[in-house]
Design a protein around this ligand. Structure first.
Ligand code: ADP
Length: 249
């Protein structure tokens, strides 16, 4: 079962400032869960813990449990295989001279059959609407194209759990719509942090609202996001599509 559970996670960056304070959250098998909150709430920091990018050292306390197994330095390779993380900034993820090499990197690392890698890359690029981009240089692409190459690199590994940090931030409306449909039909368990609250309304059954490194509210997405006083109190706005909806409808 592709489940993800965070229990009482606290973390401070090396400057000593706490970025997470006792965060707990859960994503069930196949569920799509949203993380919302103002800038600096701790969303990206939380996501970086979900596949062990930030280390389980003495600046972290609490637990991250992936598919029932406690995340620890000893099982990081397995966790990277299970949890695909899309970084907020595509330039943190792209480092090869060609799109093909970037998308192939994960499957090669995880020992996918070499004879199948070309097909896997082609299919992943097709999924994100970038057919034929194999030979292009990632650094000469638009922001939206880079974001989609990053997603292709993750889809190519076929992870059971997808963690997406602001997946639509660089996309134009069509790219955003296509990506929303793509994310919506994936069978994986999904955790999405986004300021794009319409995306969260469309895709997520439940949300966690974070502020100041803490989860300040959680529950059904429509209930949390249509609670205007709650949203305003945490630097957000009620999504346009929910303007006429009341929290307990
Ligand atoms: P969000 O994704 O919700 O905008 P972040 O997780 O990026 O929030 O940031 C949470 C807090 O941690 C903020 O106060 C931010 O300034 C701080 N922070 C984020 N990254 C770093 C870093 N690399 N070093 C030090 N502090 C950081």
């Amino acid at each position: 079962m592709n489940t993800l559970e965070v229990k009482g996670l606290s973390y401070a960056y090396p400057d000593g400032k706490p970025a997470l304070k006792g965060v707990s959250m859960y994503a069930g098998d196949g569920e799509c869960v949203g993380i919302v909150g103002p800038n600096g709430a701790g969303k990206s920091t939380l996501l970086l813990h979900l596949n062990g990018i930030l280390p389980a050292d003495d600046r972290r306390c609490g637990e991250v449990v992936v598919c029932g197994n406690l995340l620890a330095n000893a099982n990081l390779h397995e966790v990277h295989r299970t949890v695909g993380l899309l970084f907020q900034d595509p330039d943190d993820q792209l480092f090869c001279p060609t799109v093909r090499e970037d998308v192939a990197f994960g499957p090669e690392q995880f020992g996918f059959p070499p004879a199948e890698i070309d097909r896997i890359v082609r299919d992943a690029l097709h999924e994100v609407g970038l057919d034929g981009f194999e030979g292009r240089s990632p650094h000469h692409l638009s922001g939206g194209e880079k974001q989609r190459v990053c997603l292709a690199g993750i889809l190519a590994c076929n992870p059971g759990i997808l963690v997406l940090d602001e997946p639509t931030s660089d996309l134009d409306p069509r790219g955003r719509r296509d990506l929303s449909r793509l994310i919506g039909r994936l069978p994986a368990t999904r955790v999405i942090a986004s300021h794009d609250l319409e995306l969260v309304v469309d895709l997520c059954s439940r949300v966690y609202l974070m502020d100041g490194g803490e989860v300040v509210a959680s529950g059904p997405a429509l209930e949390i996001l249509s609670n205007e006083p709650l949203m305003l109190a945490h630097g957000l706005e009620k999504p346009h599509s929910l303007q006429h909806r009341h929290p307990h409808q």
